[in-house]
Design a protein around this ligand. Structure first.
Ligand SMILES: Nc1ncnc2c1ncn2[C@@H]1O[C@H](COP(=O)(O)OP(=O)(O)OP(=O)(O)O)[C@@H](O)[C@H]1O
Ligand SMILES: [Mg+2]
Length: 420
């Protein structure tokens, strides 16, 4: 006996119901992208018995991160448990097919061949897909198969964006943009979150909720691309760890945050940013946080800038923990001039962030050679600059000529590229 499965597809996704080699849905949070493709996967298995589907992420440390749960929910919701068999690491589908869940990082050029003959690859959070992964995946999926992508765009230069939204998108692709306003099922809690972000986080709101690229100032001396390219998951062996502190000048409920950033010099002589403990609070509060970070990371010292009430800062830290090693950085030049040699280290791929630091990185990509274009002051970035200045004294001295770069805002000028 056949049954009719009624799926309610939001209007925005309807173009994707047509056959195409590549299908993409990009946009902000809560637009229904994952739900749509999860339903497509279930539907595909029913219409094409014995087909094999792989759900892919760039990194998948555990199945919890995958869309397995979502697909299971769909199977249960549509009362299809008699057609599918949910197993701990995969889902058996009608006619002897299967849905697998894999991370591209776990694949090699050889192992990817195990996916030949799969009918669909669904790539979730495809903004993190590397060029290598995309290159490996595409020729693996053979005739008649489809590759689906859902993602929230970060940069126009991310491989999935270049491939599906670049100057020459693949001719056999259908791509739609979907946002929360296109999701007729948007739950109330998500709408509340969105409204809150709209009020409180205007800088990142367009990225998070409207699927715009991440904010970045024109002429910024750091690019998101470089940050993402060098990002790592694990802290390597470090030979020196420092806490950079950029304290607020005043201490009242509206004063700036204290930037508290942890970084280390690896045995490979690269720099690693491993923690951000920045906080607003009284001197006692931020100094305690800095000392706690020092203990937690078994740091060798706390780096502060002496120009801005250095003695007071040192005293505050010593009042929490006498004798802790405080290293003073003397900042004689303008703030952004000190930031430029550090941005050059990033350009040279010498610095990796372990994990993601959205607020710190937000400040970095809003800094141009003319100064900071965000609101308030970039305390986290300043703390980072202090500690990397201390970790890379030689490189910095070498790379900045006395008459450093002219300040030119709003251009694509990347000053330190010339000083390598
Ligand atoms: N077809 C649907 N039926 C019922 N609810 C839905 C459907 N599509 C979306 N929703 C609701 O909308 C919410 C957001 O959808 P979904 O998680 O698919 O969005 P997304 O675009 O993948 O967002 P994110 O970027 O946060 O992963 C879901 O948690 C669910 O509550
Ligand atoms: Mg999703």
């Amino acid at each position: 006996m056949s049954r009719v499965l009624k799926l309610k597809t939001p209007k925005v996704f309807r173009p994707l119901l047509e056959p195409a080699r590549y299908k993409g849905a990009f946009g902000g949070r809560g637009s229904g992208k994952s739900y749509f493709f999860a339903e497509c996967a279930v539907e595909y298995c029913l219409l094409n018995p014995s087909s094999r589907i792989v759900c892919i992420r760039e990194v998948q440390k555990s199945l919890k991160e995958s869309v397995k749960r979502l697909i299971e929910d769909k199977i249960k919701y549509y009362d299809l448990t008699s057609c599918f068999e949910i197993q701990s690491d995969c889902i058996k589908t009608p006619g002897g097919g299967i849905i697998l869940f894999q991370g591209m990082q776990d694949h090699s050029a050889d192992s990817i061949k195990s996916l030949e003959g799969f009918r669909v690859a669904y790539v979730e959070e495809a903004q993190t897909l590397t060029e290598r992964s995309l290159e490996m995946l595409r020729p693996t999926m053979r005739s008649g198969s489809e590759i689906w992508f859902s993602w929230n765009p970060r940069n126009a230069t991310d491989p999935v964006d270049l491939f599906l939204r670049g100057e020459t998108p693949h001719p056999r692709s259908i791509v739609v943009k979907a946002n929360y306003c296109d999701n007729p099922f948007l739950p109330e809690e998500l709408e509340e979150e969105r409204a809150h972000d709209e009020k409180t986080n205007p800088v990142r709101y367009p990225h998070i909720w409207r699927g715009e690229y991440e904010p970045q100032a024109i002429g910024a001396i750091w690019s998101r691309e470089v940050l993402h390219r060098n990002r790592r998951d694990e802290i390597p062996p470090l030979k020196r760890v420092l806490i950079g502190v950029d304290p607020p000048i005043t201490s009242n409920p509206h004063s700036d945050e204290a930037g508290i950033i942890v970084g280390g010099l690896g045995e490979d002589d690269r720099g690693y940013i491993i923690g951000d403990y920045s906080k607003q609070g009284t001197p006692k509060e931020w100094a305690s946080a800095a000392v706690a970070a020092y203990d937690l990371h078994e740091a060798d010292g706390i780096v502060i800038e002496v120009n801005q009430g250095g003695d007071m800062v040192k005293h505050t830290i010593h009042s929490i923990r006498p004798n802790i090693r405080v290293i003073e950085v003397r900042a004689s030049k303008g703030k952004h001039v000190r930031a430029e040699p550090i941005s050059a280290l990033y350009e040279l791929n010498k610095i990796s962030h372990i994990g993601t630091y959205p607020k710190l990185e937000g400040q970095m990509v809003l800094t141009t050679s003319a100064g900071y274009e965000g609101d308030g002051s970039p305390d986290r970035l300043d703390a980072l600059v202090w500690l990397l200045t201390e970790l890379f004294p030689r490189i910095i001295r070498k790379s900045v000529p006395r008459n450093a770069t002219p300040a030119r805002a709003n251009s694509n000028y990347k000053p330190l590229r010339h000083h390598r």
